[in-house]
Write a protein that binds this ligand. Structure first.
Ligand code: SAM
Length: 265
């Protein structure tokens, strides 16, 4: 069967894996689930029989109507032909209920999809997401501070969710097989902005500044971002100016942001 490589179409054909991915969401019998990129329905089929309501977002204009036809007798299933990055999850999901997200993601836009979910988490009550992505990207998302893989995607994700690395699949689990291994992560949404006493928009922007050039020190990145010498005199004593962002915990990043942004003018 044909597939569109440019849409990241590698369809899951491993029977045990498709069940394990759905099982990772837990009890969904009373839940609305949003599926990203249902494709030929490998996960969709199991979800449809288990969850209260399924909203599946598929960009491919041939696959979306095929799926709609296939699930036409299941009123709890809604197939929406849309680019997930242009979808307004807040208007798709029920306002007063908690929703979950699942998806074997199109790898070419993995980070953009994750950022889209984090932005939506401010408006929709998202409980958890089970998402499959290229193994190397999953290692970045779940890395702890001090690890080589730790970077902007790790810090940003971990401000929004607790991350668990569940399992990794070889290329042979898919048709056609991709060139990379794939890892399934579970994100439990639990934003930390309030606890760390930072505003979400300002702190997200600050993370981009301190990770702008990974090999540069914190101090040099902030100088390059326009912080003045006067502002930087308020640097907290417990954090080295020569440290790199990748070595800092989120608590330390928040402390630095609070100290410097108080004097932002
Ligand atoms: N869920 C299926 C499976 O596990 O076999 C398909 C997974 S495949 C890796 C990714 C799916 O995402 C494809 O069906 C592709 O058409 C769809 N897709 C690609 N870009 C998309 C986008 N921007 N919005 C929604 N779906 C997209």
């Amino acid at each position: 069967m044909k597939h569109k490589a440019k849409l990241g179409q590698n369809f899951l054909v491993d029977e045990a894996a498709r069940h394990a991915i759905v099982a990772a969401l837990g009890d969904i019998s009373q839940r609305t689930v949003i599926e990203i990129g249902p494709g030929r329905g490998a996960i969709t089929e199991i979800l449809a029989s288990r969850c209260k309501r399924l909203i599946a977002l598929e960009l491919d204009r041939e696959l979306a109507p095929e799926l709609a036809h296939r699930f036409r007798d299941q009123p709890n299933v809604e197939i929406v032909e849309i680019d997930v990055l242009k979808s307004d999850l807040a208007s798709l999901a029920p306002q007063d209920e908690t929703a979950d997200v699942i998806g074997n993601l199109p790898y070419y836009i993995t980070s953009d999809i994750l950022l889209h979910l984090y932005a939506a988490a401010a408006q929709v009550k998202l409980a958890r997401a089970v998402v499959m992505m290229q193994r190397e990207v999953a290692e970045r998302v779940s890395a702890s501070p001090g690890r080589r893989e730790y970077g902007l995607l790790s810090a940003t994700t971990q401000m929004y969710a607790r991350v668990e690395n569940l399992f990794t699949l070889p290329p042979s689990a898919f048709s056609p097989p991709p060139e990379v291994h794939s890892t399934v992560l579970r994100l439990e949404f639990a934003p930390r902005f309030h606890e760390l006493r930072v505003d979400a928009a300002g702190f997200d922007a600050f993370l981009k500044q301190i990770f702008a050039q990974k090999r540069k020190t914190l101090h040099n990145n902030l100088r390059a971002a326009g912080y003045s010498t006067a502002q930087l005199t308020h640097w907290p004593t417990g954090i080295s100016q020569q440290a790199r962002a990748e070595s800092l915990t989120l608590e330390a990043m928040a402390e630095l942001y609070r100290a410097l942004s108080k004097h932002a003018l």
